[in-house]
Structure formats: C-alpha cells, structure tokens
Design a protein. Sequence first.
Lengths: 332, 1041
Amino acid sequence: MSVELDVFVGNTTIMDEEVYQLWLDGYTVNDAVKVRMEGGVMDECEASKDVLLSDTMDQYRTFQMCERLLHSPAKLANQLLFQIPPHRQIMLIERYYAFDDTFVREVLGKKLSKGTKKDLDDISAKTSVTLKSCRRQFDNFKRVFKVVEELKGPLVENIRQHFLLSDKLARDYAAIVFFANNRFETGKRKLQYLSFQDFAFCAGQLISNWTVGAVDNMVEDMDEHAFQTLPSLRGKTKVFIEMEGSFKNLSRGLINIAAKLTNTKDVRDFFIDLVEKFIEPCRSDRWSAADMKLYLTHYTNSAHILDTFKHQVVWDRYMGVVKSCIFKMYHD
Amino acid sequence: MPGKLKAKIVAGRHLPVMDRASDLTDAFVEVKFGNTTFKTDVCPKSLNPQWNSEWFKFEVDDEDLQDEPLQITVLDHDTYSANDAIGKVYIDIDPLLYSEAASVISGWFPIYDTIHGIRGEINVIVKVELFNDLNRFRQSSCGVKFFCTTCIPQCYRATLVHGFVEELVVNEDPEYQWIDRIRTPRASNEARQRLISLMSGELQRKIGLKVLEMGGNAVVGYLQCFDLEGESGLVVRAIGTACTLDKLSSGSAPNTNTHMHPNTAPASNACNSPSKDGKESPLAHGCRSTHNSPVHSVCSSQRLSQNFSVSVPTLIFTGMGSGGSAGKEAGPLRTLLRQQTQTALEQRGASSSGLLLNAREFPFFTLTSFPPGFLLHVGGVVSARSVKLLDRIHNPALGNTRSYKLLDWNSVTADEPETRDAWWEEIRQEIKSHARALGCHAVVGYSESTSICEEVCILSASGTAAILNPRYMREGCLDIGCTDHRFEEPSPPNCGFCHIPYDELNMPFPAQLTYCYHCRRQKVPDVLFTTIDLPSEAAVAGKGCLIQARLCRLKKKAQGEANATAISNLLPFMEYELHTQLMNKLKLRSMNALFGLHIQISVGENMLLGLASATGVYLTALPAPGGIQIAGKTPGDLSSEHISSIQKRINDTIAVNKELYQINPPELAEEGVGSPIPEPRHRSRLFRSHSESSDELSELDLSHGKKDAFVLEIDDTDAVEDIHSLLIDAPPPTGFYSCNTENMPGISNWTSGVQMFTSVRVLRLSNANLTNQGLNKIFTDLCENLLKSFYFKLRSMIPCCLCHLNFTVAVPEEELIQVTVTAVAMTYDKEQTQEKTAEKPINKGSLEAEEQLQFPLELCADSSSSNIQTASKISGVGESTNMSPRVSSLERCSPLQEGRSRSLRSSRSFGGSSVTVVKMTPLSFLPGTRIIKYLGIINMFFIRETTSLREEGGVSGFLHSFIAEVFAMVRAHVAALGGNAVVSYSMKECVFMENPNKNQAQCLINVSGDAVICISETDQESSASTANTGQTGGSETDGAT
C-alpha cells in the first residue's frame, strides 16, 4: 500500500514561510520534514509524520512551480496561475533573492561565469551552504547582472524596479554586480577579515560617488578625467606633509591608489591596496579608529589650505570615499 | 432570431518561445465560431504581441450562440512549415445572452494547451448583439438563467417553483473512434473538449426550452454530469429545478403578477413557442414530458431488452432508529424491501388514478435549502440504485463514417438517449414510489450520479422525501393526495419539518416515535436522515460535525451479466452497513439528525467502495439519542472485562463528544415530555443493532447505555474490529469544525477568511490478498488522513470551519483508490458571546431567506380563490411573517442597485495589481459579502495530457499544476465577465489515468459554479465608488504592461 498521488491545491496559494525557507536553503523533502518535526510543528495540530511529509511535498511542488515566475518577479504580479496576496508576493521575492553573506563573500568580485559555477561545490563545502542554495544564489546574481548590464540609469533603482526588491536588498545586489563587473580582488588572505557588508558599504560609496550612474563602462564612469588630474598632485603633496615618516608613507599610499584608479587592471586592487598601503601600517602602529578618523579628516582638509592645489572638488570626492571605506574596513 | 457576435483580439503576454533561434514568437490568432474563421495579422518577433485587431463579426442564430463556444487559437507563424499551435481559449458566451447578466466579456484569458498547459495569456473582448428583442427567446432558450446554487439565489425571489427539469444528450466519445489512432493526442483532446462544450451548450439550451415551456425563467440547482462510458459513448445529462425568479428590485415587482400567472403563462408560452421538437402538447400544462428525444417516440422496450439491467432493492434511509431491515439473511431483507416498494406502487396507483396526466411527473427538487415556510415535513432519505450493462452502439446507419465532430441531432442519433432516459426514468419512478411510501408528495435535495467501470454502470439517485407547502408550487406540480390533512394544523417553524409526514399507524418501517420535544403536539422520529441542508429556522443544540461511513467490499472479477448480478447482490449489504455505521457514529457523537447525506458507491474491477458523508446535528425537537451498549453474544466468547473496557471507551467518547460539540440540550420537565408511543408492532431483533423502546426518556442524559441504548453485539472478531473502527475517527483538533452542508450548524458569525481547496489522493494497494476488513481499514485511514492533512494545512486559519466537504471516491484501476475532496475553510469569530456579531448574521440569514421567496398576495388573488383559502388556512404564522419582510425587501431594493453593479462591472483592473482577486467557494454565499449580481454559469471541461510525466514532477506534479491551471482559467473567465467570485463551485469530475511505464498521464476535469459580483456588506458604498475606472481604460492599461 502506497500513496501514489497526493496533491492539495488552494484557490489562494497556501505557503508556509518556514517551509519556503527550508526549500530555499536547499533541504531535501525528508530533511525538511525532520527539521519541521524538531521544530515542534507537529504538536500544533496533532499532525503525524505522514501529514507533515504530504504538506512539505505539496509546498515544495508549489515553490518549484513558482520558481519560474520568481526569475522575473514582475510576472508574479500579473500571472494568472497562482492567486497570491500582494504581501505574500513581496515575501516570496525578497526571500528568493536573499543570500547568505558567507556565500556571497566567496564569489564577490569573481566573474559570474560557468567556470565559477563549477566551483560552487567547493564553496558549498567551505561555507556549509547547501549546493542547491549556492546555485540559486549564484543564478540570482547572474540574472540580476544580465538584466541591469544593458540598462541605463541608476544601478540600485534599476535593480529595485526590475526585481521588485527592498531597498536594502537592491543595494546589496548593486554591490555584487558592481564587484563582479569590476572584478575587484577580494579573495586575498589579507582581505579575508572583511565581511560582505564591509564591501557592500564600500561599493555603495564607490557607486554613488565615483560612477556617473550607469553600470556599463563603470571604469570610465569612475570619472577618468577627474582622476587623471590626481597624479599631478603627487609632486605638490610634499609641501603640506610636515609629519613623520609613517605619515608620509601613508599619504604616498593614498595618492598612489588614486593614481592607479585610471588603469582598469589596477582598479581591481583597490581594496588590497587600501589594506596594504594604509590599514596595515596603521594597525601595526596601533592606531585607534578615532586616531584614524582624525588623521584622515585633517589630511583631507589640509589640501584646502594649499592654494596651489587646483583640484579641490576631485580631491574631496576621492577622499570622501576613501575615508568612509577605510573607516568601514578598519577593524579586526 | 439571429444575433451578432463580435470579438476583438487586443494583445498577448508571456507567450512561450516558439522559435529557438531568435528566442521569440511570431504570433497570430484565429477566431472561430461555428464554421466561420477570422485571423489577425502576424505580430512578428514578440512574446508580448499587440494585435489590437478589428472587431470580428459573426452573424449567427441564437441557437448556435447557445451551443457553440467562441474558439480562439493562438498560433506561431512559420513561413516554411505548418504553423504551430500555441494554445486555445474557449469562451462560453452564454452569459451574454440574458440581459441581466454580463454585457461584455473582456479580460486576460490563459492560453491553454492540452499537452503543455497554460502558455501565456491573451486579452480578448467579446460582445453580443441580439436582434429583435420581442421574439428572441422563442427558437432557442436564450434568456433562461441557470444557477448551480441549490437555494434561491441571493438578490432574487422565487415567485413560482415549477419543478423538475432533466435532459441528456449522447454522442460517441472521440477518444474511442478509429480516427483517434491516427491523430495526435492534442487533436484528440481538443476534439473531445470541443465536443463536450458543444454538448453542454446544447443540453443547457434544451433544458432552457423545457423551462420556457413550463413558464419559468430560470433553473436553480442545475447539476450537469458526464458519463464517460468509454466505447459506448459519452453522455451529458443535467437536472435542475425550474423556477420563476424575480430580481429583487422595486421596478420588477408589479410585473410578475400578470406575467407569471400560473395558469396563463404556460399557455401563452405555448403559443409563442412553435415547439419545434414536437413535444407533448403544451395544453397539458402542469405536466411535462420526460421524453426528451425529439424524434423517437418509438417504444423503447425493444432497445431496453438488449440491455441487461438490475434494479437494486433500496433501503429507505429514514428516521428509523434501527435501520430499515430485519433478519440476518439477505433474503428477508430484500423481500421486505420489495414489498415496501410494491405496496408503495399500489398506493400510488390508487391515489393518482384521477391524476393520470401527472403520472409521468416527477415532483423532484434539486434545491437543498428553502425559504421558511416552504418545507412542511421531512420524511427521510429515499434512494434508488440500479446496475446496468452498457452496450456498444451497433448502428449500421452510422458506421465508421460518423463524423467525430458534432452530429446532427435532429437526424440520425437519438437512439441512445432513449435508452439512457428510460434507465433514469425507472430510477426516478422508484424514488417517487419510495417517497409515497413515506407519505410524502415531493422529493427535495434530489441528485443523480453514476459510477462506471468497464461495461458496468451503477445509476444512483437520492433525495429527501418531503411535504412542501403547495402554495409555492405551480398548480398541478404536486398531486396532493391523502396527506392533505397535515396542512390543517400549522406547525411551528423551528420543529415543524421534523414532524412525521406518514401515518403513525401505518408506518412504512419500524420506527420509534415520540411527541415533538418542542411543540409537543406532533410526533417526531427518534432520528432523522436527510439530504438537504439544515433549515435556517431549525432549533439545534451545540455544533454540527462531519460524519462519514466508509466501506470497501471485494468482489470477484467477472464479465457481463455475472458481474452486474454480483454487484447488485452486494449493493443492499453495502447500503445497510453504511447505514449502520452512520447510525453508530451519530450516536457516538450524541446527535440525532443527519443533513446533507450523500452516499456514493463506486465500482471497480474487483471491489466496491461506499462512502457516506453527512453533517450530524442535535435537533432539540427530537429525543436525545441513547448511548451505545456493547453486549457479548455468548458470555465466555470474549472476556467480560474486555467488553466493559470497550463499553467504557465508548461512554468516554460520547462524553468527550458532547463536550466538544457543546451539546447541552435544554432540560425538559419530565411531565412535559410526551411519553413515547407504544410500539405498534412487534419488533424483531436486528442483525447487529437493536433498539428498544423506553419509558424513561428523561433519564437519557444521565446514563447512556441502558435499556434504551443502541446495542452492539460482539459476536465475532469482525464486530470488535467494527467497534474499533468506530472509535478511530479522531475528532478535529481544537479550533476546527467540519461539515458537508451549506451552513455549519451552530456557527454563523463568519469572518472574512475564505480558502477553497481541492485535494486528490490516490492509494495503490500493493497487497493482492486483502480482506474486506483490511480494505476497510485502509480506506478509512485514507479519508481520516486526508482530513488530518487539511487541518494541518489550514491551521493558520483557526478558529475555522471546513464547510461543504465533498468527498468523491473512485477506483480508476484495479489496485487504485482515488479520493477527491473539494471544500472551503472559513474563519469565524470565536467570541460567540459578543452579542452584536453573533446576532447579525442570523438576522441576515433570515431576512435574506424571506426575501428570496416573497409571494405577493396579489398572485394568490389572481390565480384562484382556492389558493387564497389554502393560504389563509395554512398559516397563522406564515401570514404575519409574510407581510413584514416584504416591506423590508422593497426598502432594500433601491433603484441604485443596477447602476452600482454597472459601475462595479468595470472594476476588474484597479490600482497597481492587474489581476482581479477572484474568490471561490462551494457554498452559495461568501461571508461578509452580499451578492449583487449573478453573471452566469461557469461550466468548464478540460483535458490535460503529458508524455513527459517524470519531467513534470511525476503524477503529483502533473495533477498539481493541472488543478492550479483549472482554477486559474475559472478565475480568468469570471474576471472577464466582470465578476469577483464564484459561488456554488464544484468539481464534478476528476478522472485521472496514468501509464508510468510510458511516462504518460491524462486527466479530465469538469468544474462548474456561478460567477457573481459580490460586495462587502459593510462598505458597499465605498467599494462601488472606488471602482469607477473605465472598462476599456482598464483593459488598455492591462495591455500596456
């Protein structure tokens, strides 16, 4: 005796958020049933294991059928197959596009290519995020990347409108896309201590201050013209640096980073440069975060005293971003 | 008279990619009606094409308008090869044919393909212009309204109830024709879908004609079924109740008096309708032909003789406490029943001698709930079954040249309906005679069903014998014989229907009668079984609950007549056992009445399945049920400890159930209770159940299981099993109630949460050597587990009630059992104590009920003086209730209504979301809302087939998406009609076949319901005003997205 077929379809599609999460996390039906049993849901309605299994299967099927729609969330609102209340739709989309920080940290800055996808099992093993979930997250990144790649206009807004995501999630995706597009180096050992949120913050700064708005041609957008003027600073800085050696080095480092921004290849090393040229020296000198803040503020402002310095605006734009990135990145 | 059908193809969206190279589609649309086809331009390289076509105009007869669906095919243009079909949309334009319903069909329809399912959507606008208003209903039956709802629809009132209408049409099943071997599955499925759509349309038109002939304007409780007889063909049949309905609005009220005069209306109709089918003379009004085959009045007996048929003796499920059977052997049981039938027939013959014209009339009503005062007395359930052998169609005139498309009905076919008609007529006669045996002149809550396995077909019909108030009937619709005296004494509304309609000295079966616990003037039975809904005015104690009896019986595999005989021999036993189970379970819950009883017997190759569902309730007018007592047949057989432990469990269960369902009947003063009437007959000891009369009814509450109790004998291990299985039924978890009727007894304060669902489960019996007991257990567990699943899934809705739980069982293959359930979960306000919320719905219910059936006194005055006399004779109570609600109905019918509904009509697209939320419910109402307009009947038939079963997620995945697709298509059609809900929704058919080895599966689903516009009861003004976006504007914004 075996159940050959078992379905339950509601006019309003029934979805349990807990089961949805388990599905997203890549649990198999049986594992999900186990988790739910441990969660004590059985006591709620005198349910048995069979009931739970049947319910879980139904929901998994529903989610699988919805998945196609979730790939282009705008469709979810005007499709006819499932009657889902709007707040539920938002939940479905938001959760589907949610990702694990640990996972995204691994692929951040990598090319969203088939090759990377093949390595997902390693990442899965490393991050203990299930392979299924890794694939979903990776495909999400790729999908968002593909769509916004061809769009003009502000990156975050594009993502939010096309994927109906919350502001926070749209910003995170913008960061991921930005990193992937510029192939920023984030995998070096020295950068391991940085979390995704650190990078996301920096990306946000970079996007809003150094890009014209669109994603494409991002490097050019990083205002090449402005940065080309920065090398000319190199000579002049000596004048206002009247500090000790370490300060000199730090200053030189910052200026060099700025100079490198004109070169696409070198842009990749932006973060590693920041860490190597600035953060590590400071850390070895045991600067506190407050010291750091004080230094950078004064350093930025001192440029204004220099009357020979003609690039005040560019300088502020550069230093504003660098400053906030360093603040964010200066931790253990 | 001709009409002009206009269709416009606006746009498509979400189309599938048909051209792999470009990832795009070059779509165009074919619009077909009858034999005329139009095409749109090709919209190249787009998945969201904008055609914005001209209006395609079809000039057609309204007969065709009724029969044919508008067929829209979306194709992908291919320069070098044949164009690929993307999918189709069938639009039933019937709702456009009567003025009160929808005026336009406009919206997004899912494009459906029988192989791939839904593939994108298409935006279509359809309109109909009917010419010549004056005479437009004559040739066809346009204008007759159809309702699936089994009560008088909200916002209508019935001025007259004309009675039973039935019809059936037959054709060959395209699936079984020679051509099917050479065409693709898609072509075959589409031929079938189209044929069934045509047959449904034709059936509806023919029923409509009958209604017009009777002088009615509507069919309520319309029940259409398909019999897929396989090789022998396809039968579409329908039954319903013809009524004259009035829209509740101030304008229409005066018209009815003259127009619907019961004597003149049929006559005038007869003049106008040239009765093209050559039906019986309309002069015999009040009498209706049951011959629906137009051409053949040839004697059907010859045909019949070719058919093997067994009429099954039937139990009359009535109020008797102990079943209508006696004796351990089958023989006595059957003879007893045969005798009953015979006497009943004789009685009938005697009483109706003067009413020959009515002899063919069936006083049946498919309604299950009635306005107050309509239902006078209820006798009990009457049912009849018969086993038939389906014969192959050997018609040399047709042969293989028979077109797979629709046949010309007026020429060659029609041989078959004659036979099928005769079959049903037999059954109906039997039902009628059963009803007479119970002293009743009518059958209410009537329904018919079939179960087919290979060449064997079980026809079943059941209903509730009742006495109706003749005031509301069309004259001559009922022949009131000896029961007239009943009307002399008005009965109080909250217990009157329980009073026995039959003669207590000449009872058709042994029963235990007492004086009514309410009025103490009339006799009532100790238990009452009915197929109708609980009358709204009935006095109940506590809450109701779903009670099911489940049964499996193995049978030997056999062929032909031997098989049919074997089945018919088994049937009485099954009915008897189902009845016993029901009775035991009822007592176990300390209840004394069953409503909505539905017994389904399903036949398979090697077994029969029986499933009886009903809603148990404690009627305070009936005596308190006794307990159940366990007795060992021979002491020493089983230890007395064992028996006493079982007894204790039973007593505990009863106590728990009383608590659970809050059954605390009002205490009765001892003297007030009429002492039970001494049993007029000697009563023989029964098979397994026994009931004795008692002198101490008032003690019942204190001690069940004394003399008066129901005795269960444990005579063998089977009996022990049975008792265990009784106790297996787990009560629903806290916060849940369940019933299978329209109204949940004891709960009326619904809140707005509504979740309709369909669930299908198929079990494979792997063990070939199963016993009856083992099978019973498996079947019971299957049903119980389904219920448990529902409770679990819907736990977020607590406190909630599962209403209208409709179980359907089938044996699709030898070792498979399929159970299909459709029901609705509704939330309610647990705070029953809150005076306001508790009061309001009750008021609403009664008010509505009164509105539904409001008989202007003028009508009586007009029709005949005798009517007045009857009317005044009947009701001291009735008269006064008559007056007050009438005023209120007029008050409520503001002229605004029409206008409001018009504006609401265009509310399909509002705000950001472009998809209208369409609620669905199997009930006739949606809590917290008022139906302001019925837009027409939804009756859809779909086939889905796959040749990549595994890829679609196996059988469950396949069926899951198919059911979701069916829901989506129903919602889309309702939304396109301008509606926002489907009421009285039901899934009539869900036939699933699989062949996992070939990776194939096929499923057929038939659904029906009433499309309506309903508005929230609280804020109807605001909703009406916010919904003022223009119709076309709305659809255009849709298109733009």
